[in-house]
Ligand binder design. Structure first.
Ligand code: AMP
Length: 128
């Protein structure tokens, strides 16, 4: 299966100028643990709940800026890559999320390890 078929929803993004408090609220409301960080309308990084935990453990406050905490080396796969490619990438890099981009390197979505497990083990019931 191709990643473009696996991406189910619009990617949830946050601006680099936002704070840790904004991140926590957004993650809670959306029930997610990973955000794509945008600056000037461009994708510049990613932030997972792990980064928030690390920032707080390091003594950073709720007013710390996302742009100072996010990972800027984005690990991304093309939308035509497969579910297996995504699983391998997650295993190699010890991450639970892969960013999916199109040929223009534009953000298409995010695949989480949970999307892969759901696809493998809870396929949608066949239509009759
Ligand atoms: P995760 O296990 O995906 O929640 O993330 C663990 C760590 O890897 C965090 O520091 C994330 O910011 C980083 N990370 C996760 N996914 C990616 C990705 N696609 N590109 C770059 N860094 C990532």
């Amino acid at each position: 299966m191709r990643l473009k078929e696996l991406v189910r929803k619009k990617p949830i993004t946050i601006d680099g100028d936002s704070t840790v408090h904004d991140v926590i609220k957004l993650m809670a409301v959306e029930n997610i643990g990973f955000l794509v960080v945008m600056e000037g309308g461009k994708m510049v990084g990613v932030l997972s709940e792990r980064d928030i935990i690390r920032a707080l453990a390091d003594g950073k406050g709720l007013d710390a800026k996302v742009g100072t905490l996010c990972k800027r080396d984005i690990i991304a796969l093309h939308e035509d890559a497969t579910l297996e490619d995504a699983a391998k990438t997650m295993d190699q890099h010890k991450i639970r999320h892969v960013v999916v981009v199109n040929s223009d390197k534009k953000l298409v979505g995010v695949i989480s390890v949970r999307d892969i497990l759901a696809e493998l083990y809870s396929p949608e019931p066949a239509e009759d």
